[in-house]
Design a protein around this ligand. Sequence first.
Ligand code: HAM
Length: 411
Amino acid sequence: MNELQPARGTHDLIGEDQRRHQHVIDTARRIAASYGFDEWATPIFEDTRVFARTLGDTSDVVTKEMYSFDDRGGDSVTLRPEFTAGVCRALVSNGLTQSLPQKVFLAGPMFRYDRPQKGRYRQFHQIDIEVLGSAEPLADAEVIACGWDIIKALGIADHVVLELNTLGDKESRQAYRDALVAYFTEHQAALSQDSLARLDRNPMRILDSKDAGDRRIVADAPTITPYLTEAAAGFYDGVKRCLTGFGVPFRENPRIVRGLDYYGHTAFEFITTKLGAQDAVGGGGRYDGLVEQMGGPSVPAVGWALGVDRLALLLDAPPPAPSGIAVVPIGDNAETVALGILQTLRAAGLRAEMAYRGNLRRRLERANRIGARAAVILGDDDIARGVAQVKDLATGEQEAVALTELAERLR
Ligand code: HAM
């Protein structure tokens, strides 16, 4: 058998890669908690119906990218391509629609059968927040402010821009849709096949086309602004006012339509110039109809997801490898005593390790190799005196320290 490789579009996270990844998630978890979000964990696979209609019959995610299969019992299940639909399902399944608002944070792997390239994978990872049960523009702005704070805390805000748009309410969208159909019908001879197919079913998605010919036509297409109802325009103004209050800079981009179909009103993306074609580090918006589609009551909601793999690529320097204490016994008797010392150091919250075998020289070599900051060297004489030799591995300095004071001294 040939050597096995990770499946196409998946990758292992080891060493620096895992530290980058974990740093993104830890930072997001901390900041989301400061905004009052509670962490949920929903299943990695769901009944296919959770995603199939709700994300949009014409969305790429549903038509081309879902990992769906019949399980051994004949039920169709799907590896989650995103969190939002599962969170709405969970709100209903757990009877939480009477306990609103719910402010939820999640982190975990996602699956999309996409064409892999830098920053685009088949198994990737998202952090995600959702506010379920608030129809106020303040909720949209707060959700965005939380995302922006995470981006700032990661030290990448200089390379990321928040692009903001509104998709209006149903009435605005219907009027805009008619205007787009009229405009694109005039230009249909020059439209790509994909866009032609969308003309009837979802003309707004043409605005998102990557085809160069389409893009020339899209450049002059009408924007939604003149078609917004007074209520929709007022809502959008409210979001912008609150964003300003939160001190979040944004750029309006009337071309943002998002790849999933459940959005209305607010739509936004966090865009970077540093990742080539995969320029979206995150995106989200308002989705007031999704909980109802899961069989619940009408629950207004707004949220976003950020791509952990993309954020990890943008981090300037990887978080440093952890550096701990190496316990180095000399001889069998000392080794047994060292086990107790290891446990004391660990119980004090220190990272402490002992090589499984080897003489003094070998064990000190290993201590240096794993980047330990200090070695606790234990000979029989030291034990008899109730001390250990503590060697600073950066400076080489060594001194005797009472065993009872070790943990305190190494902190
Ligand atoms: P999305 O725009 O489909 O939104 O995905 C959010 C982010 O996930 C993207 O901006 C990107 O950073 C990352 N991402 C998506 N696909 C891939 C991939 N194949 N490889 C690497 N990263 C990827 C959603 O998923 C919505 N559920 C967001 C949301 C939450 N809306 C409301 N609440």
